[in-house]
Design a protein around this ligand. Structure first.
Ligand SMILES: [Ca+2]
Length: 272
C-alpha cells in the first residue's frame, strides 16, 4: 500500500483499473517498443528567438519540424493532428518549445498552487539531457501557464518491469525525485482561445538548466532523450466519473512517463 501511495501517477488510474477488472476481454498489456521503434525528432537552430507570449505565429515556428502526438480515434480533429503537436527550436541561450492542441473541454483551476498539475489539463516535457538515464526533468504546464517541475535522479543501474518502467522497489529505494523551482530566466506562456479551442503553450528553458550536465551555456549540438505528454481531462477534479486521456509522443505504460526513462524518444539538436 505504501508503494501504491508513493507512486502518485497511480492515483489517476483507478477508473481504468476498475474497468479492466470487469471487462469480458481484458485490455491488452502494454508492450514497450524496441530500441529501433523509439521515436526520433530534430530540433533546429534559430538565430531569431520566438516571442514567448502564448500566441502561435507562423513565422516563429514554421522552421521547426512538427512533432505530433499519436492519433486518438475517439477524438478526431480535422485541424491538427488528433492529439496536438510540439515544436522545438534552440540556440546558444537555450531551447524554445511550443505546444498546441484543440481542447474543447478545458479543465483547470482546481489544483492548488504548488501541487502537481497532472490532474487537470496539462502539457508535460521530460528531458534526459545526457541521454544516460541518470537524471531527467519532468516539466508540467497547465492552461493558466503555471509550472510544476520535478528533478529525477537515480543512484544505481536501473531495474525495470516488463512494461519498461522502473520497478516499484527501485522507485522507493534508488530514485530521488523532488520538486524544484522554475529556473531563473525561463519563460512560460499559455493561452487558450475560447472560440477555436486551441490551446497554445510556449516556453523558453535556459542553457544553464537544460545543458547543465554539459557545463551550462552556451548550448551546443547534442542529442537528448525526451518525451512529451498531454493529459486531456473532460471532468473537473471533484467528479467521480473522470475519464483521463493520456497522450504520449514516445509510448509508455499509461500514467508512467516519469518512471520510463529508457522509453523516451530521441531529440537531436542540430546546428545545420
Ligand atoms: Ca480537456
Amino acid at each position: 500500500m505504501v508503494a501504491l501511495c508513493n507512486d502518485y501517477r497511480m492515483k489517476a488510474l483507478p477508473l481504468l483499473l476498475t474497468l479492466s477488472l470487469f471487462m469480458v476481454a481484458p485490455l491488452p498489456a502494454f508492450e514497450p517498443p524496441t530500441q529501433g521503434q523509439l521515436p526520433r525528432a530534430e530540433a533546429r537552430y534559430t538565430p531569431r528567438p520566438p516571442v514567448i507570449d502564448g500566441k502561435w505565429s507562423r513565422d516563429e515556428w514554421s522552421a521547426a519540424t512538427p512533432i505530433p502526438f499519436p492519433s486518438d480515434a475517439a477524438h478526431p480533429n480535422p485541424k491538427l493532428t488528433d492529439g496536438g503537436e510540439v515544436r522545438v527550436l534552440w540556440n546558444e541561450a537555450g531551447v524554445y518549445i511550443a505546444f498546441r492542441a484543440i481542447d474543447q473541454t478545458p479543465i483547470q483551476g482546481g489544483t492548488p498552487n504548488g501541487d502537481p498539475l497532472y490532474q487537470e489539463d496539462v502539457f508535460e516535457i521530460f528531458i534526459d539531457q545526457s541521454a544516460d538515464h541518470l537524471q531527467w526533468y519532468e516539466i508540467q504546464i497547465d492552461m493558466a501557464g503555471r509550472t510544476y517541475i520535478k528533478n529525477h535522479v537515480v543512484t544505481t543501474p536501473l531495474r525495470l518491469t516488463p512494461e519498461g518502467r522502473l520497478t516499484q522497489e527501485y522507485v522507493l529505494s534508488e530514485l530521488w525525485r523532488y520538486a524544484i523551482p522554475q529556473p531563473e530566466s525561463s519563460q512560460v506562456a499559455s493561452v487558450r482561445d475560447p472560440h477555436t479551442g486551441q490551446w497554445t503553450v510556449e516556453l523558453f528553458l535556459p542553457a544553464s538548466f537544460v545543458h547543465r550536465r554539459a557545463g551550462g551555456g552556451p548550448m551546443t549540438p547534442c542529442t537528448w532523450r525526451v518525451n512529451f505528454a498531454r493529459h486531456d481531462w473532460t471532468q473537473p477534479i471533484a467528479s467521480a466519473d473522470r475519464k483521463p486521456r493520456f497522450l504520449y509522443w514516445a509510448p509508455v505504460l499509461p500514467g508512467h512517463p516519469h518512471l520510463s526513462p529508457t522509453l523516451m524518444g530521441y531529440l537531436k539538436l542540430k546546428k545545420s
